[in-house]
Design a protein around this ligand. Sequence first.
Ligand SMILES: *[C@@H]1O[C@H](CO)[C@@H](O)[C@H](O)[C@H]1NC(C)=O
Ligand SMILES: *[C@@H]1O[C@H](CO)[C@@H](O)[C@H](O)[C@H]1NC(C)=O
Ligand SMILES: *[C@@H]1O[C@H](CO)[C@@H](O)[C@H](O)[C@H]1NC(C)=O
Ligand SMILES: *[C@@H]1O[C@H](CO)[C@@H](O)[C@H](O)[C@H]1NC(C)=O
Ligand SMILES: *[C@@H]1O[C@H](CO)[C@@H](O)[C@H](O)[C@H]1NC(C)=O
Length: 423
Amino acid sequence: MAGSMQQQQQPTKARPKVVRTNVLFALLLLVACLQMILISIFSGRIENHASDPLYVIHKPNMIQPQQQVLTRKDKRNTSTPNMIFAGISYSDDTISETAIQYLMEAACKYHIQSHVLLSKRTHKTSLEHKIYLLGQHRYMRLAKGGTARQPACTELIHITTAPSDEQLIGETLTRMQSTGEINELLSEGAPNNPLDPENRVARIKRVREYQRQMIRDNVSFKQSNVKQSIIAMIDLDMFDYPPISKLIEVTEKYMLNSSTSALATYDAICANGVQRSRYKEHFPHRGYYDSFATLLLPNTWPVGEDKRTIPRGLLKGENVTLSKLSVRGLLDYFLKEGSTNSENTYNPVPVRSCFGGLTLYRADAWLSLHCRYDLYNKSVDVYRGKEEHQTCEHVVLHECLREKYNDFRIAVQPDMTTLWHLM
Ligand SMILES: *[C@@H]1O[C@H](CO)[C@@H](O)[C@H](O)[C@H]1NC(C)=O
Ligand SMILES: *[C@@H]1O[C@H](CO)[C@@H](O)[C@H](O)[C@H]1NC(C)=O
Ligand SMILES: *[C@@H]1O[C@H](CO)[C@@H](O)[C@H](O)[C@H]1NC(C)=O
Ligand SMILES: *[C@@H]1O[C@H](CO)[C@@H](O)[C@H](O)[C@H]1NC(C)=O
Ligand SMILES: *[C@@H]1O[C@H](CO)[C@@H](O)[C@H](O)[C@H]1NC(C)=O
């Protein structure tokens, strides 16, 4: 505005008459602008700025997403499923930049809330601060005087610090006592102990369960919509994630009760976790990652002999041919099993367990009162990793869901991929 007034003042000396009308016009414009600003302050929104790419309406539940990145296809559809992201990470610094961008996109473009639980905090480079700075950069007006308030959409990212190890162990112990698991554990003197204070996987079990309880206690799911809600468990250290529109497509097609698909619906759908060879830069040699969390139907654990405590073929129903597959072989297996008549379209591949760095759960299954990540059940000891000395927490949860709800259905979606490693 100031710039345009100056330009108009330049020719004033030569043509005084025009000047007066110009100044008058500018004044009128100024009054009109002021009026608009006042109206907008009182009504809480500026309709005229809806097309301003750097403008965001500061009103919870009324996010105006960044227009530049918003395509017609991405525009929030009020019938998109109620989806919540949940993830844990060791510290602020173990979250990838891609993950931060992903949470921001979920919040500001799709109005999806996230719950992030961190164990160790690094205040100098806190996640809150990173999101604040990124939010300011992306969603604030560039013009001088643009408000410095944090964009409302970033408030959808809830960051909490996990309690101490001692407290988490105490909470797990209380839960185990209330179900009688602790007696079983003590009588077995068992491995795979979720109370192990040193073991990494045991700690992850306790932290994941704490988060699950927290979401159950703090997020209000109406009885009517819990069946239509999705929890997306996401690992926060990936190098790439599937487009959020893909998550929505998959839930709508295969997971919600309203699915018109002839296929039965699934309670959980995992990303296809992809790893890239670090050595063959020019020949993109890719493979399936996350075998530790994966069980093929009926009961094949596709993990190398050196990584498992039970020898290959000894699981009840294990197919040795499949358990011997290489990571490339496994990736090909999922692509083949999920293939359809049309190229580049894949159906979910039913499995017994999977994770892949991102898994979509129907909220009613994930929030089950009868299953937990920190559950102790001797029957899953067979899936202990040699190095980890524990069974993967996802396998623990899925085996329980499978046992308690005999129609629990879980699958890998071959074309919903995450990337685990970068060169
Ligand atoms: C919203 O999504 C539903 C389900 O995906 C679709 O049927 C409907 O056409 C969409 N509506 C708009 C306005 O895009
Ligand atoms: C969430 O629930 C837990 C109990 O599980 C409680 O201690 C905590 O304060 C709650 N957090 C918020 C943000 O409400
Ligand atoms: C799906 O919807 C039908 C009809 O509304 C209902 O009877 C059924 O219980 C629902 N199933 C699930 C798994 O939500
Ligand atoms: C094991 O899996 C392979 C590949 O799917 C299949 O060809 C073979 O028949 C299976 N073997 C058994 C014993 O089921
Ligand atoms: C442990 O798992 C077995 C096999 O799935 C099941 O029969 C049993 O009920 C489970 N125990 C508990 C306490 O959940």
